[in-house]
Design a protein around this ligand. Sequence first.
Ligand SMILES: Cc1ncc(COP(=O)(O)O)c(C=O)c1O
Length: 425
Amino acid sequence: MATPDTTITQNTDGASGAAAPNGKGPDGETPSLSSQTQAVHAGEKRYISHDSVTVPIVQTSTYTFEDTASLINYMEEHMFWDVPEREEYGRYGNPTVRAAESKLAALDGAEDALLLSSGMAAITTTLFILLSQGDHFVMTEDCYRRTRGFCNTFLTRFGITCTTVAPGDYDAIEAAIGPATKLIFSESPTNPFLRCVDYARLVDIAKRHGLRTIIDTTFATPCNVRPLEYGVDLAIHSVTKYLAGHNDLLAGCVTGSFSITTALRQSQGILGAIVDPHCAYLILRGLKTLGLRMRQHNESALRIARYLEDHPMIRRVWYPGLESHPDHDVATRTMSGYGGVISFEVEADGPTTSRFIDACNIARIGPSLGGVESLIEQPGLVSYFDTAPEDRLALGITDELVRLSVGIEDTDDLLADFEQALSKM
Ligand SMILES: Cc1ncc(COP(=O)(O)O)c(C=O)c1O
């Protein structure tokens, strides 16, 4: 398995609450640290107010100026383009939020990160800002349903068109590129079939055509792969999932070059999809255990996927760690873990599949993924409940399809619980 080369960052600068935008210390040193160490320390100042070991929650909507001269000085220096050393108003920035952004940037090996109010806010803001009327983009077909809806219906109202192609079909991606094409967007691994992008191939196509690449890497996290290292322009995460990790908040982030995140940050100040400081604190706290959690998610999901694949009541399993998965080789080459989500089809009809799910005592029925609690669902009854059966079947969403987000419970307990639940069908 690939091992990401992780570097940087601890912010040790003075009194300002904000970490440097690129997450680097003031002296520019970039010591080589593992993502586990970065998750604990990156983006946080070594000495902060009241000698607190944790980043304080700066619970304020606005910031005051000592006198008019300092206000004018601030406005002149930082009005539009710079990341200020202090804050002006809560919609434009907050020290707790900036610390979380700095940690996220360090984890992805990015110059900068921008936190937004949800994963969807990160996706919609990014596409709104990078695309204009008359533009076209290419996206891969297997993806979160709301993202597909935004691209195929919402953006068309603004004269922006999109071509969806099958994941893994790089010839189709290239064939879909035309004179108006501006970018390629894909999830990796995808939701729900865990298709994994060959980043080098995708970036090669994009560079030859002068396009940007954006990867929604929610299912992977920087612990398993850092797409920016392959030349991808922007990584998007639903922070709601693994990064925050506790099924207790909604947030999203975009990581990439400072020039793009600055443009996004300015738009966020207008569009308004910000996170509040308490949410940012919970993200900082969740991120501290990201490495530990991902190790457990990766190990446990691989064991459970193998168990399910061998079970006579399971028709098919999609998990990139299995040799049977179409992207097993790509995932093994590029990722240091296969993640915690498994999709599988039960050898039964929809109602019998529901009986198996109802019999699970540990995994709970619910949408979402990436938290410490295992969650299980039939996508046909959740994301695709209001979709015509023929439309969802065309996407592979059968009645018997189950998506399992493996939490951090003991693997043997989970396996025993699935065994008893499968025996009840
Ligand atoms: C891959 C992926 N991206 C984005 C989102 C949207 O994230 P949020 O719910 O934080 O808006 C989801 C939600 O499930 C997702 O699975």
